[in-house]
Design a protein around this ligand. Structure first.
Ligand code: S3P
Length: 188
């Protein structure tokens, strides 16, 4: 496997069902990178599932935990791919944290395609009915657009094609670097 390094953090954002977790895992395997899923990190921190956090403590507590998790991850100062929950951009400070630590990539999907990809709605407290999801999507789309440095379109593409496009985008931006090239660079 050819190995790559990241020059900074890569945050994948986008609506529920955009494929952030799947693509993050795929790219990290393909390129020998570390990846972390923000929701999984939160679940470990809280010792309960995302649905349980929403049911027991509500969205406000979930959002506070989400910001704390993001801060923890960037404080490690170890560039990696971070797949974020779809609502990460609804807390403005999160956008600042992500922008300071790296690049933000929007995986673009539409609500119908997202719904077809989400087979288990029980783990998504904010994707229970399609009409509410449409409204939420319409509110968020401009925020995803404003918060991101790049957009990777996922319409009608399989996982391999999306991963390929993301990889090219990151290489082009100089964020994903061939490890053999980066090891040739030394500080003088
Ligand atoms: C949310 C998206 C979920 C999860 C939580 C809230 C949202 O993550 O963070 O249920 O507000 O869009 P996914 O985007 O991975 O489903």
């Amino acid at each position: 496997m050819k190995r790559f390094n990241l020059s900074k953090y890569v945050f994948l954002i986008g609506f529920m069902g955009a494929g952030k977790t799947t693509i993050s895992r795929r790219l990290s395997r393909l390129c020998g990178l570390t990846s972390i899923d923000l929701d999984s990190y939160i679940e470990r921190m809280a010792g309960m599932s995302i649905s349980e956090i929403f049911a027991d403590s509500g969205e406000r507590v979930f959002r506070e935990t989400e910001t704390q998790a993001l801060r923890d991850i960037v404080s490690q100062d170890e560039p990696m791919i971070v797949s974020c929950g779809g609502g990460v951009v609804t807390t403005p400070i999160n956008i600042e944290i992500m922008k300071q630590a790296g690049v933000v990539v929007h995986l673009l999907v539409d609500v119908d395609e997202a719904a077809s990809r989400i087979t288990d709605k029980s783990s998504r407290p904010l994707f229970q009915d399609l009409d509410a999801a449409r409204t939420r999507f319409a509110q968020r789309l401009p925020i995803y657009e404003a918060a991101s440095d790049f957009t990777v379109d996922t319409f009608d593409k399989n996982t391999n094609a999306i991963t390929h496009d993301l990889r090219r985008c990151l290489q082009h931006a100089g964020v994903l670097v061939d490890a053999s090239e980066s090891s040739n660079c030394r500080n003088s």
